[in-house]
Design a protein around this ligand. Sequence first.
Ligand code: TRP
Length: 328
Amino acid sequence: MARVFSGIQPTGDMHLGNYLGAVRQWVADQDAHDALYCVVDLHAITLPHDPAELAARTRRTAMLLLAAGLDPHRCTLFVQSHVRVHTELTWVLNCVATMGELRRMTQFKDKGQGQESVSVGLFDYPVLMAADILAYDTDRVPVGDDQRQHLELARDIALRFNHRFGETLVVPEAAIPPVGARIMDLANPTAKMSKSAESPTGTIALLDDPKSITKRIKSAVTDSETEVRFDVAAKPGVSNLLSILGAVTGRDPETLAGDFTGGYGGLKTATAEAVVEFLAPLQERYRDLEADPAGVDAVLGEGAAKAEAIADGVMARVRDAVGLLPRP
Ligand code: TRP
């Protein structure tokens, strides 16, 4: 079975865009793959963060993933900082990666811009991500298009390592989901729905209550025509609603457009109702998990142990390949 690995940052509350764009694929991959999913808390400290919030956010993200359908019996779900190999392997890979290739990372340029001082950790973010992936002999990495460059770097680092020290690391492939899963901001439909959006009115968090979901969808930005038609370039707002409705009902957005002849009101109502209905079971599972913190701890403890067993083996090969003295 091919091994898949992916990670998600615990930076905020997961939203519908994360779920439909990525997490749903993770859930689907559980059966046909040996799947590992990681809440990457060490990546979250590469930018200024609130220490009082991080642990709670990490737990919340893990609980949301479980509520969304990750099943600890069918996949390995764990927290990055619980498995020390991630940082240990990062160091070794730091000695293989070059300053030049890290400087070219567009996400570093974007995130570093305007910051008074940029941490070494932010610069090194892609090497930590490479370590996440390479520590598990990963075959496939399901990520969004925005992570393509980081994945390419992970491949380059693995190839260079193998060239320099002998065949040691598995070179992973990207599994970029087909377009259509791109959910845009409701208030600004040419930008991706994002946790860091300037205004929260364009985002639907997975735990939002039915009233605010309905309100946000009803006030989504559309255009001054009245015709419902799927045309991302000319009608980004309407097309986004059709994409959302299509994604949560399993129907094709272009076909759906034909159902709405009387202006945008009907589309908005139908989308709001469908999203509320779609999220209800997830929200219920989340409440159950919230009521059972010991159960969640047990899942994360077992996940870390399963992950560690794999990563320790890979790290032993890496130590041997680079010539570190075995601990007596
Ligand atoms: N950088 C990824 C993101 O922001 C998160 C991530 C960290 C990741 N490590 C990973 C994704 C390893 C895939 C594999 O989305």
